[in-house]
Design a protein around this ligand. Structure first.
Ligand SMILES: [Zn+2]
Length: 342
């Protein structure tokens, strides 16, 4: 039996799943759904579970026998369920960005496929991921099918937030919000994945902002090593207020600039750390880097609240500047000098 993609196996998102089950139970399936929420909260897996529940033979016959059936979920074991879980059902169509964009050619190909009747599905389901990456031409082409969807066809779009989409797309879809996962949910998912130290599970669950995708990234030892290096370096720099301290801050920014693919992650780590130093003084329970309380306690002795706020602002400005493609080395040097109070 394939359980990974049925509703009951999805962690969190009870609100979204309750709504989807109601549509199936009442036979009131909308033509187009829009799932919004941060990356890594379960939008795509829920879309697959929904496609499965719409096509599960066992569930369909159960609903025929008992129209107000409570337990709405796919069996995970019938022909359609297995094909959908194995990603080889001919009527479950996936559209996703290629090099960060969904192009008109992809939408034309989809529209062409939708002119034919579904091969075998009770409901053909199109899962269009990251709809915020539709370019305007592709978005406009998609409107036609959202207005007049073909028979037995249902579209599920996913996106971060409605404001990233054309209002004409949003207004044609039934909108369902996905919330960030709770810390307990992330812990459950990480523990189920196995092979992760309990203290890492704790730290990552606190730091990932409710996104399982991000949690998986944080488990990568490169990230944790980077964090530990940053914490250690900042600790000694903050303690040294003389000219040697300024030199240390600049040597540090040079090191940060060298690992280009890690710069954004590094700045995020720094912001979280500075935030934790602030929070540690008043409410240690709310610290995110719970596994580094000793280092936090030491760091908190060396900086004032005003300095911390100034440093957080320096990192924030650097991040904004880097995103608009300024010179990384110069930006990070300027950030380090401000952080040093120079
Ligand atoms: Zn089934």
């Amino acid at each position: 039996m394939t359980t990974a993609t049925v509703f009951n196996a999805i962690v969190g998102q009870q609100h979204a799943i309750r709504l989807l089950k109601t549509f199936i139970r009442n036979g009131t399936l909308p033509h187009a759904l829009l799932f919004t929420g941060n990356d890594g909260v379960g939008k795509k897996i829920t879309a697959t579970a929904f496609a499965m529940a719409c096509n599960c033979l066992t569930l369909q016959s159960a609903i025929r026998r008992r129209p107000h059936l409570d337990a709405i979920d796919a069996c995970g074991d019938c022909g359609p369920c297995r094909k959908i879980a194995g990603n080889h059902h001919p009527d479950i169509i996936h559209v996703a960005p290629l090099s960060s964009v969904i192009r008109i050619a992809q939408i034309r190909k989809l529209l062409q496929a939708l002119t034919l009747k579904p091969n075998e599905a009770n409901r053909r389901v199109v899962i269009l991921a990251d709809a915020q990456t539709l370019n305007p031409e592709a978005g406009n082409a998609l409107l036609k099918v959202l207005e007049e969807p073909p028979d037995r066809t249902l579209l599920v779009l996913t996106a971060r937030q409605t404001s990233d989409l054309m209002p004409t797309i949003v207004s044609r879809c039934q909108h369902i919000r996905f919330s960030p996962l709770r810390e307990a949910d992330i812990k459950q998912l990480l523990t189920a994945a196995g092979g992760i130290k309990p203290e890492t599970v704790e730290a990552v669950a606190a730091l990932c902002g409710g996104s399982f995708t991000r949690a998986q990234k944080l488990i990568d030892s490169r990230w944790l090593n980077r964090r530990d290096w940053i914490i250690q370096a900042m600790g000694s720099q903050m303690a040294d207020t003389g000219i040697s301290g300024i030199r240390a801050w600049l040597a540090w920014s040079e090191m940060l600039a060298k690992k280009k693919d890690l710069i954004e992650d590094s700045l995020e780590i720094i912001t979280l750390w500075l935030r934790d130093i602030l929070v540690f003084r008043t409410d240690p329970q709310r610290v995110l880097n719970q596994d580094r309380l000793e280092a936090l306690s030491a760091a908190a002795k060396h900086v004032s609240q005003t300095q911390l706020l100034e440093q957080i602002d320096a990192v924030d400005r650097a991040l904004t500047a880097l995103r608009s493609n300024t010179n990384a080395r110069l930006t990070l040097d300027a950030m380090a000098l401000r952080m040093a109070g120079a």
